[in-house]
Ligand binder design. Structure first.
Ligand SMILES: [Fe+2]
Length: 159
């Protein structure tokens, strides 16, 4: 597909797709981290956090699919191997075995901060390119994490 077909400029779409592919890679590492937290959480908050982590990874899974399909909509292939995800992602894997529950929550909040920062950068690029569709999509991902950052902060008793 040509960017022209959806009234965008090829030259301006290229950097957007590159940024979306970077975000996709980061999201995969984040997703697997959430699954690790869901499986390995222990302690008196097990029932609360086990369910919360499931809610978050279910959302991340949908976000990953939406992101990949937006990349295809813009006419390029999304990264689809873990080799690429690990190579590209700035968010790093962690070992969740034996990790304290509050450390898990803090690790997820760190990922949220990093992902939100990337998304704000993407929204600058999409805004300049007039790509309102991608802008709107990324904005919805960001708002979900902003709200969940508040809830996880509250869980940890932070302001
Ligand atoms: Fe499960």
């Amino acid at each position: 597909m040509n960017a022209k077909d959806i009234s965008l400029k090829e030259k301006e779409v290229k950097p957007i797709v590159d940024q979306l592919n970077d975000l996709l890679a980061n999201y995969h590492i984040h997703y697997q981290k959430l699954r690790g937290c869901h499986w390995n959480v222990k302690g008196s908050h097990f029932f609360t956090l086990h369910i919360k982590f499931e809610e978050l990874y279910t959302n991340a899974q949908q976000t990953i699919d939406d992101l990949a399909e937006r990349i295809l909509t813009l006419g390029k292939p999304p990264h689809s191997t873990f080799t690429d995800y690990i190579k590209v992602s700035t968010i790093k894997e962690i070992n969740t075995i034996g990790m304290k529950d509050t450390d898990m929550v803090n690790a997820i909040m760190d990922d949220f901060s990093n992902l939100i920062e990337m998304e704000r950068e993407i929204m600058k690029t999409t805004s300049e390119a007039g790509d309102d569709g991608t802008n709107d999509l990324i904005n919805s991902f960001m708002q979900f994490k902003e709200k969940n950052n508040w809830m996880l902060r509250s869980f940890c008793g932070k302001n």
